[in-house]
Every structure is written in C-alpha cells, then in structure tokens.
Design a protein around this ligand. Structure first.
Ligand code: DON
Length: 311
C-alpha cells in the first residue's frame, strides 16, 4: 500500500503533464465511433487525464475538464446497483467470462441460450439494466444512476445528453436485435424499448476526466470511499480486469495491469486498488472500440508509477 508515496505526492503532476505532451505528438490516434452519429463529430485531437487519490486530491492534465460521453463506462454503475439489489442472484442471468468477441456481437446469444457472457458486453448490460428496472421506473433508475455518480464524485453538475441518447436511439439496430433476442429467449422481463430507453440514457451521461476519476474512487476499497460493499468492489474490479475492454481485455491487462472499463466515447476508467482512480479520455478508438491513446497513456502511467497489480 505504500509502494511509491513520494512520487505519488510530489511527482504525479509532472508524470501526467509528460504523458499529455507525449500524447500530443502521437499520430496514430484511432477512429472516432461513428455508429452513434452524435459521437462521430467529436474532435479526436483531444486528450485528457486525471488521477484521484483516496484523500480526494485530484491531479489532472490536458483536456481533463472537457465533458465526454461515458457510454459503456456507465455499465460499471448499473452493475454496482444490480449487485446491491440482487447480490449473487444476478449471475443466473448473466455470466462472468470474457466473450472474446466485439462488445455488440449477437453470436453467443444465439449459441449459448441468451445468458450473456458478462455484464459489460452490450447484451449483458441490457440484462443488468432490465434487472434494475424490476423494482424501479425508468425515470427513477436514471435518477439513481446520476445520483450515484454525483455522490461518488461530489459533483452535482453531472448530467445526461438528450442529444446523444436520441442519436443512439435513432440508429440502434444492433442493440434492438440483442434486446429482442434476449426477450425471445426469456432473459428480459421488461419490453425491449423500455430497457433500451434507460440504457441509451445511461450511456449518454457526460462527464469530465476530473469528475470520472473522482467518481471512480468508490471502487478503490479504502475506508474513505465506502459507497458499496467490499465484496462487490472486488467482484466489479475482477470483471473490469477480465471483461472491461471486451476482446481487448487481455491486451489491457498485459499492457496496463489494472482493472479498467472503456466506453466508445473514448473514455477509460482504471482502478489502482487501494491507491488511485484514473480517468483518461481521447476519442479515437482502436479496433476493439477502446480509446487508442487512452490505452497507451494508461500503460505509461501504470509503468511510471509502478501501479500494475502484477508487479
Ligand atoms: O450500446 C452501445 O453500443 C454504446 N451505447 C456503448 C458501447 C460502448 O461504449 C462500448 N465500449 N467501448
């Protein structure tokens, strides 16, 4: 727990500024997501990074105060809420194995009886949102997700972009296919349109790196950040490590060595258990739909700080 205290307190800002400068020079910046039209026009020259410590102190560099669409990073919050409500009962409906396929693939749903591989692929996240809807109305679920993030980050300005939610809803054929397949195979209680209405809105939450790093502290397992149980923190971090970057999860574990969750808005949340919460954003994505520069920056930061959980 005290691996690099001096560097952590005095050198972190310099490390982040150095990474920001290095990222400015990168020419391989990936491609912005274009299946959500509203995300296709985001300028991919942007890069932001923030690190929050359990003390509440936040270090940041680059475009760390610019809002971006958190997209699949919202799946971490709905998973926390579903585990809080259902506990282990959730696992009857969704698995805990990496899929080795794209985040929006429908292949395994047909082959494996509609129990999605894990809560982070789209099919699994749709089931998780459906599970939360068992006890609350759509409006209440969205209010609860927002409240969770506002409480975790200590920032009440976090909000949902209606524009992005609508933009996704208008071009949502794959997610509609997934939800209807789940419904057809009895793994969706609510109507597909009701579940997807919530899902598109949770994905359309906008945050800055500073807000996201601050919010992520709830996954750090320290006495200061006890928003959910220690058991559920351990479950979520394990799933982030094995499934958080979809078919790029092995590569992220290999290069960064931290539990992480990506979103097609170009954000990454990574947790250094007991020590720090990291948020990185750069809109260009790699082949697996994860931020290209975000992954590179996370790798540099983890190396520089000695933060990989494997060393
Ligand atoms: O459902 C979708 O396809 C998007 N709203 C979210 C996907 C996503 O962020 C995948 N992550 N890298």
């Amino acid at each position: 727990m005290t691996k690099t205290p001096t560097l952590e307190l005095h050198g972190l800002q310099e490390v982040l500024d150095g990474i920001s400068r290095a990222m400015e020079r990168e020419t391989e910046r990936g491609r912005v997501a274009d299946f959500i039209p509203e995300l296709a026009c985001v300028d991919k020259s942007q890069f932001g990074i923030a690190v929050a410590l359990s003390s509440g102190e936040v270090f940041a560099s680059g475009d760390a105060q610019t809002q971006f669409s958190i997209q699949s990073i919202s799946k971490v919050i709905t998973l926390a809420m579903a585990l809080g409500r259902l506990g282990d009962g959730l696992w009857a409906r969704v698995g805990r194995e990496p899929s080795g396929l794209a985040f929006n693939s429908i292949l395994q749903l047909e082959q494996e009886g509609a129990r999605p591989r894990n809560p982070f692929v789209n099919a699994g996240a749709i089931v998780v949102t459906d599970a939360i809807l068992a006890t609350s109305e759509p409006r209440e679920v969205l209010a609860e997700i927002l409240q969770f993030l506002r409480t975790a980050s200590g920032d009440n300005s976090i909000h949902i972009s209606e524009l992005v939610a609508k933009s996704e809803a208008n071009s949502a054929h794959r997610n509609l296919a997934l939800a209807h397949m789940l419904k057809a195979r009895n793994n969706l209680v609510n109507e597909p349109s009701r579940v997807l209405g919530v899902y598109f809105h949770q994905c359309a939450i906008e945050m800055t790196c500073v807000q996201l790093a601050s919010a992520g502290r709830f996954l750090m397992s320290t006495p200061e950040t006890n928003l959910i149980s220690a058991e559920n923190i351990a479950c979520i971090n394990a799933l982030m490590m094995t499934c958080g970057h979809y078919d790029g999860s092995g590569e992220f574990a290999y290069r960064v060595g931290l539990p992480g969750k990506s979103g097609v808005g170009g954000g990454i949340l990574a947790i250094v258990p007991g020590r720090a919460s990291i948020a990185i954003w750069s809109p260009g994505l790699n082949e697996q739909g994860n931020s290209a520069l975000g992954t590179l920056a996370a790798e540099k930061l983890a190396r520089r700080m000695g933060w990989s959980i494997f060393v």
